[in-house]
Design a protein around this ligand. Structure first.
Ligand code: CA
Length: 236
C-alpha cells in the first residue's frame, strides 16, 4: 500500500546526478534521472512524479523555461539545484514557480530536508486548507492564524497588522524560502514599490520582538539577496 514517493531528477553533471540518485534511493525514494530538459520533461509527463529536482544549467534548454512549462499544467513541487551563485537566477526560479532551491555543493542531509519540506507542503495543499489553519508551533513560538495571536514561551507578543501579515505568510510556508518581492506584493499589494526597505524595517521590528538576539535569528532566517525562510513548523 505504501507506494514509494517518486522523484524525477534532471541534471547533466554525472557525479551530482549519481550522488543524488544514490542518496534518494537509500532513503527509500524511487528516482528517475534525465541528463537534459527534453528527456526530463518526458519523464515528468509520463510518470506523474511527486517532486522534481531540476538543475538550472542544462545542455538543451534553460531551467527557468522548464519551470514555466511545467507550471502551465502541473503544481508538483520543484526544487532547483544549481551551481550558480547569482541570486537573480534563484529569485527568478522561485518567482516562476519553483518551490525552493539548493545550491551546489550540498550535503545529503540538506537535500533530504528540502525534499521533506516541499513534499509536506504539497501534501498539505492537497488535503485542503483546514490543516493550514492550525497554529504554527516551533521552539516555543506559537502563531494562531485564526485568533491572530502570537505567543513566545507562553507570553503574548504584540505585532502590528503588517508584522502579523509578514509573520503568518512565512509561517504558513515555514521551511521554504519566500522571495522579498512575493512578501511585498502579498503584504502591500501588487502595485507596491518594489524596494525592500520597508520590508527590512518591519523585519527588524519583528526580530526585536521574537528573537533573543536579532543578529542571530532562530525563527526567521535571511537568505541574502533572495528572501526569508522561517523555521519549519514542528508538528509537520
Ligand atoms: Ca548543469
Amino acid at each position: 500500500m505504501n507506494a514509494k514517493t517518486y522523484i524525477v531528477l534532471i541534471e547533466d553533471e554525472k557525479n551530482i546526478c549519481n550522488f543524488i540518485a544514490t542518496t534518494l534511493t537509500a532513503q527509500g525514494y524511487k528516482v528517475s534521472a534525465a541528463p537534459n530538459a527534453r528527456s526530463g520533461l518526458s519523464l515528468i509527463t509520463s510518470g506523474c512524479p511527486d517532486l522534481v529536482l531540476l538543475d538550472l544549467g542544462l545542455p538543451d534548454r534553460d531551467g527557468i523555461e522548464i519551470i514555466r512549462e511545467i507550471r502551465t499544467w502541473a503544481s508538483i513541487p520543484i526544487i532547483v539545484i544549481s551551481a550558480r551563485t547569482q541570486e537573480q537566477e534563484k529569485v527568478l526560479a522561485l518567482d516562476c514557480g519553483a518551490d525552493d532551491y539548493i545550491t551546489k555543493p550540498f550535503g545529503s542531509s540538506e537535500l533530504m530536508a528540502r525534499i521533506r519540506t516541499a513534499l509536506r507542503h504539497s501534501n498539505r495543499l492537497q488535503t485542503g486548507s483546514r490543516l493550514n489553519q492550525r497554529p504554527y508551533r516551533a521552539n516555543g513560538l506559537v502563531i494562531d492564524f485564526e485568533k491572530r495571536l502570537v505567543t513566545l514561551n507562553g507570553e503574548n507578543i504584540h505585532l502590528t497588522q503588517i508584522e502579523f501579515k509578514i509573520v503568518s505568510l512565512l509561517a504558513r510556508s515555514s521551511g521554504k524560502v519566500i522571495t522579498y518581492d512575493s512578501i511585498i506584493s502579498h503584504v502591500w499589494g501588487p502595485y507596491a514599490d518594489d524596494n525592500n526597505r520597508i520590508l527590512r524595517v518591519n523585519m527588524a521590528n519583528i526580530r526585536r520582538k521574537l528573537e533573543q538576539n536579532p543578529a542571530e535569528p532562530h525563527y526567521i532566517f535571511t537568505e541574502i539577496g533572495i528572501g526569508y525562510r522561517m523555521l519549519e513548523d514542528q508538528e509537520g
